[in-house]
Write a protein that binds this ligand. Structure first.
Ligand code: ZN
Length: 251
């Protein structure tokens, strides 16, 4: 067990890809390090794309009971077309993407689950001023799936259930230690990959910045709150995405 942990430790350091916004930020650096470690451990028990889609379909049944999904919406075909354009740029070609519109005229929201089901509220569709904005928001959700953020959470649960021994202990501790805040690393990662997908599909990802400007209106920064948030502060996401587009995408 000790050797295994040492190996994980070394691999975590050597494979670190900085998805954090600011490498100088000590909270994010710690999350990043822990996240790499956790991902390595989880990836020892991979789930194939076909199985991932089956898991996604069963989760979608639950989503249907918890949300009112609109079969008809004036922009349904338009939204579907954006998804298909973005999906051409993904890395995992075996995943089929489907988007569902939630009847919610109050909340700006979009999310995705493992296996390729995407969700967007009717409020988000009416709030967007351009196809580029929607493409960034939907691209972010596709990126969560393509970068395996959702399926890794499921793999983590399966590992915890299957292994009662040392590994179960590791998984249990990981669950305890690596809960909500580590989602911040996934968010930065999906922001960047979403911007890449939008660019590949011919959109202007910079238009996505307005979404973070809108969300940041209701947030004020607190160092201690940052430790427990599932999402980074919108202002940080805005700055991070701005820098990424300028420095990496040349946009
Ligand atoms: Zn997200």
């Amino acid at each position: 067990m000790k050797r295994f942990l040492e190996l994980l430790f070394l691999l975590a350091i050597s494979t670190a890809v900085l998805a954090q916004c600011n490498p100088e930020d000590e909270v994010e650096s710690w999350y990043q390090w822990a996240k790499e470690w956790e991902n390595y451990a989880i990836d020892q028990f991979p789930i194939g794309e076909e199985d991932e889609m089956k898991i996604g379909d069963s989760l979608h049944v639950k989503m249907q009971t918890e949300n009112v999904l609109l079969k008809k919406h004036p922009k349904k075909a338009y939204i579907n077309k954006i998804v298909q354009k973005l999906a051409k740029g993904v890395n995992r070609k075996g995943i089929r993407y489907r988007i569902h519109i939630i009847d919610d005229d109050k909340n700006l929201n979009a999310f995705s689950i493992a296996g390729g089901h995407l969700y967007i509220t009717s409020k988000m569709i009416s709030w967007a001023k351009s196809e580029d904005e929607l493409a960034f928001i939907i691209g972010h959700e596709i990126a969560h799936v393509d970068n395996r953020h959702g399926i890794r959470k499921i793999q983590k649960l399966i590992i915890g259930e299957t292994f009662g021994g040392d590994y179960g202990l590791l998984a249990a501790n990981a669950e305890l230690l690596l809960s909500a805040p580590f989602g911040q690393i996934d968010e930065y990662d999906a922001d960047r990959s979403g911007a890449v997908l939008a660019t590949k599909a011919g959109y202007n990802p910079r238009k996505g910045l307005r979404f973070f400007e809108e969300l940041s209106k209701n947030e004020s920064y607190d160092y201690y709150e940052k430790l427990i948030r599932t999402h980074p502060y919108s202002q940080e996401r805005h700055n991070c995405l701005h820098d990424f587009m300028t420095n990496e995408l040349g946009k």
